[in-house]
Design a protein around this ligand. Structure first.
Ligand code: NAD
Ligand code: UD1
Length: 336
């Protein structure tokens, strides 16, 4: 079976390629490398001993996208390609709407033309907006607090309209919680450009000596130690969730959303202390004021994915820290 992975050179995409190749799927990657390096594809090939067919193409380039569908018999698409920085999306919203939403519309239009109607879409827990009740189940109210979140929310709606117009589609909307960690080989991992916005890459860059100290955004939240609580999920567990979703979309039609999280909430300081314990590295930090837009607690109720996809997150916080550290310490400058 041939799977097209848009954004397959990126963080989650590259880990998903490993899982698919190990199971014998043929993998075609499309990526414009706007936030990734081709080296990640080579590393995936090294890990798996299998080849990837790679197209350096922009999703917005319909003509070249069509060529991919003409040259390959594609059975399903896993759609990771998109911009993902919340802060940047506030500064350049039109770039985000164009890239994420127009890119998805072009992709779906071409898929429909070539009768490929199995799609897995990278959504996000960000569609739950200002979380009021945890754990969060899929039927919780949806909203967005920034342009990035709105692109995910709008795309979910667009895909629902698409399914309603043509019941041959089979679509899984995967709402990721906080992916961290790396493949156990230490060969692939998260490679943010510039200073990281997210917590785990910030911690690993402090530990490796690239950054001076972590700033913990607030210790006055209503949580067990006052710092924000999140559902950190190992990227390999997340990647395996895509394989399970693929199993489902291949044998059914419809559109369904699934939370991919562990169901457990850990605080910022829980993560720092676990990291220090398992790696033996110190992570100096100071407490600063809250980051605007952050919620106190965000963690999943993953029951639906457990039951309907037969998917369970298996790796714990220690695994996430050890694997993130192996990647960072072996590759202090990422893929460069
Ligand atoms: P990433 O930036 O590492 O990967 C995205 C890939 O898409 C990159 O390789 C980039 O070059 C490519 N891309 C972007 N726009 C493109 C375009 N127009 N044409 C072709 N390629 C394009 O990000 P990631 O962390 O792997 O995230 C993958 C997806 O999951 C994204 O859609 C993101 O919004 C979503 N998501 C990520 C997180 C997270 O914490 N990492 C959380 C929730 C949802
Ligand atoms: C953020 C995005 C979310 C996106 C997700 C994954 C915001 C408001 N939300 O989620 O839309 O889907 O990343 O890319 O940006 N923290 C620190 N110091 C730091 C960094 C983070 O204390 O230097 C804290 C935060 O306040 C938060 C926790 O760590 O409590 C996790 O932060 P982060 O990794 O940025 O993820 P989210 O904010 O949950």
């Amino acid at each position: 079976m041939s799977i097209l992975i848009t954004g397959g050179a990126g963080y989650i995409g590259s880990h998903t390629c490993v899982e698919l190749l190990n199971l014998g799927y043929e993998v075609i990657v499309l990526d414009n490398l706007s936030n990734s390096k081709e080296e990640s594809i080579r590393r995936v090939e090294n890990i798996t001993g299998k080849k990837i067919k790679f197209y350096k193409i922009d999703l917005l380039d319909r003509e070249n996208l069509e060529k991919v569908f003409m040259e390959n018999k594609i059975d399903a698409v896993i759609h990771f390609a998109g911009f993902k920085s919340v802060g940047e999306s506030v500064k350049v919203p039109l770039r985000y709407y164009h890239n994420n939403i127009t890119g998805t519309i072009i992709l779906c239009d071409v898929m429909q033309k070539y009768c490929v109607k199995k799609l897995i879409f990278s959504s996000s827990a960000t569609v739950y907006g200002n979380v009021e009740k945890v754990p969060i189940s899929e039927d919780s109210p949806l909203s967005a607090t920034n342009p990035y979140g709105r692109t995910k929310l709008f795309i979910e709606e667009i895909l629902r309209d698409l399914y309603n117009s043509d019941k041959e589609w089979s679509i899984a909307l995967l709402r990721y919680f906080n992916p961290i960690g790396a493949h156990e080989s230490g060969l692939i991992g998260e490679d943010p450009s510039g200073v990281p916005n997210n917590l785990m890459p910030y911690i690993t860059q402090v530990a490796v000596g690239k950054l001076h100290e972590l700033k913990v955004f607030g210790n006055d939240y209503d949580t067990h130690d006052g710092t924000g609580v999140r559902d950190f999920i190992h990227v390999v567990d997340l990647a395996k969730g895509h394989v399970k979703a693929l199993n489902k979309v291949m044998v059914s039609t419809g559109i369904d959303a699934y939370n991919l999280g562990t169901g457990k909430g850990y605080s910022v300081l829980d993560l720092v202390h676990t990291f220090e314990k398992v790696t033996g590295k110190k992570v100096p930090y100071t407490i600063v004021k809250r980051r605007p837009g952050d919620v106190a607690k965000c963690f999943a109720d993953p029951t639906k994915a457990n039951k309907e996809l037969k998917w369970y997150a298996e790796r714990d916080l220690e695994d996430m820290c050890l694997d993130a550290w192996r990647w960072q310490s072996n590759n202090p400058n990422g893929y460069e």
